[in-house]
Design a protein around this ligand. Structure first.
Ligand SMILES: Cc1cc2nc3c(=O)[nH]c(=O)nc-3n(C[C@H](O)[C@H](O)[C@H](O)COP(=O)(O)OP(=O)(O)OC[C@H]3O[C@@H](n4cnc5c(N)ncnc54)[C@H](O)[C@@H]3O)c2cc1C
Ligand code: SF4
Length: 460
């Protein structure tokens, strides 16, 4: 019988005061009983609006029906027929703008907790899923540059078709942003690595510490007998504001800060990675990355952490859940504020940031009301650390070392609808093509590229 409760079954979470000082996962996941109760809220709609909101078309009502019956293995099979990283997507996808944003139960009350159910099924099956059977090799070799969600998905899909796939990854660990950017308390790294192990079981080879463009070029990879290359190198190059004081000691990009803490395990006492120990931190920006940096700074021991965002909360690009969690943990939001310059003490270290108050004016080309400075409202905010989180763009290394690979004005690789770049046999997708976007879009691009690469090689 359907469960007509208006609200989702609540997600068990660590207490905000406790979790704000540790790196353990914030949300604890549904129990079997909770998952079944929540699954019964699904109406199994004929026209499946939720599926149209999912970039990889997970068969949502079908997997939820299996959860409602207690057949979690059946649910897992349905999810993984279109989504290779369900434990990741269940945790980090912006469901409110995707599947849950379209769910009919959301018209009156809360939508079905599709993300939480996906996570439950993936976690339930994490160690139970049968080891992947390595497919018969088809005799063709494909190279993938970058082991983020786009590269991993492309590699997995090609391996399932029998291709011999090698991923060349710049870092010493595979996973891309899932490992170096999104913090442990939101996406435990052991889970990412388990998903990667599944790919390795399919026969995908991952070569780490391989910065393509330095140790090998894409052209050289093609000369090594790889018939096609997929570039999924992301958008890891941080932007800065260009204001006075940005090169002072105590200013860094969110990417650097998070990489030190996550990938280099700077939050653990037995790792030697240096991370700035701050008392008072300003994080500039209003996206997911800013929330992750702010919440990490709290956990690293800062007494005050401010989000400095030039528009109002309504325009904030970060997921609502992240903003809510950050507030609960004690992050202080200074919306409608913008940095003007960063000030130093006598040792050249950050001691304050001059800010100006903003108000919202007419909508700009993004459709959002543009922030306008309020004349004479400048003030100094006492901080010892400034973390810049105002966006990233693709690193130019690969495109500048590859013949015939064109990019647009923002440095993003140009591809057609098959994810083919301007160079024959070279495909690309994810943030390297779109600029900073989402995990699921990167995965969707990897999937499309795998299909195109298969067709290309077969047609040769
Ligand atoms: C802090 C943070 C939080 C985020 N939170 C969310 C979220 O909650 N939900 C969500 O959906 N999205 C989130 N995102 C965005 C999401 O993580 C990205 O859109 C997604 O990871 C892009 O996948 P990708 O495969 O294109 O690139 P990446 O994940 O960036 O992976 C690219 C890989 O390529 C490697 N590489 C780069 N250059 C080279 C080279 N020259 N040679 C070899 N390898 C190379 C990199 O080391 C990296 O491993 C977040 C991003 C950040 C930074
Ligand atoms: S829209 Fe909501 S209620 Fe309808 S099938 Fe999808 S998840 Fe179930």
């Amino acid at each position: 019988m359907a469960n007509m409760a208006l609200n989702k079954v609540p997600m068990p979470e660590q207490d905000p005061k406790v979790r704000a000082r540790n790196f353990k996962e914030v949300t604890l996941g549904y129990t079997e009983e909770m998952a079944i109760e929540e699954a019964k809220r699904c109406l199994n709609c004929k026209n499946k609006p939720c599926v149209t909101g999912c970039p990889v078309s997970v068969r949502i009502p079908e997997f939820i029906a299996k959860v409602a019956e207690g057949d979690f293995e059946g649910a897992y099979e349905i999810i993984t027929s279109t989504n290779a990283l369900p434990a990741v997507c269940g945790r980090v996808c912006p469901q409110e703008n995707q599947c849950e944003g379209k769910c009919v139960r959301g018209i009156k009350g809360e939508p079905v907790a599709i993300g939480r159910l996906e996570r439950f099924v993936a976690d339930y099956m994490m160690d139970k899923a049968a080891a992947a059977v390595k497919p018969e090799p088809n005799g063709h070799k494909v190279a993938v540059v970058g082991a983020g969600p786009s590269g991993l998905t492309c590699a997995g899909d090609l391996a399932k078709l029998g291709y011999q796939v090698t991923i060349f990854e710049a870092f010493h660990t595979a996973g891309g942003v899932l490992m170096y950017g999104i913090p442990e308390f939101r996406l435990p790294k052991a889970i990412v690595q388990k998903e990667i192990t599944k790919l390795k079981n399919l026969g995908v080879e991952i070569m780490q510490d391989m910065v393509i463009g330095k140790v090998l070029s894409v052209d050289e990879i093609m000369d090594m007998g790889y018939e096609a290359v997929f570039i999924g190198s992301g958008a890891g190059l941080p932007r800065f504001m260009g204001i006075e004081g940005e090169s002072l000691i105590g200013v860094c990009s969110a990417n650097e800060y998070l990489t030190r803490i996550n990938l280099m395990k700077g939050y653990l006492d037995d790792y030697a990675t240096p991370v700035i120990k701050s008392k008072s931190v300003a994080v500039v920006g209003g996206g997911n990355v800013a929330m992750d940096a702010a919440r990490s700074a709290l956990r690293m021991g800062a007494e005050h952490v401010y989000i400095i965002y030039r528009r109002s909360e309504a325009e904030m690009p970060a997921r609502k859940e992240e903003v809510h969690h950050a507030k609960e943990e004690g992050v202080e939001f200074l919306n409608l504020n913008n940095p003007v310059r960063i000030l130093a003490d006598e040792n050249g270290r950050v001691c304050a940031m001059e800010c100006i108050k903003m108000e919202l004016g007419e909508p700009d080309e993004s459709g959002r009301r543009s922030p306008v400075p309020v004349e004479g409202s400048n003030y100094n905010l006492d901080v010892d650390t400034v973390i810049m989180s105002i966006g990233t763009s693709p690193n130019p290394l690969i495109r500048t070392t590859t013949h015939g690979l064109d990019a647009n004005k923002r440095g993003c690789l140009i591809v057609n609808e098959d994810m083919l770049t301007t160079k024959e046999g070279v495909y690309a997708g994810g943030d390297a093509v779109t600029g900073a976007a989402t995990v699921i879009l990167a995965m969707g691009a990897g999937k499309t590229a795998a299909k195109s690469i298969d067709e290309y090689i077969k047609s040769k």
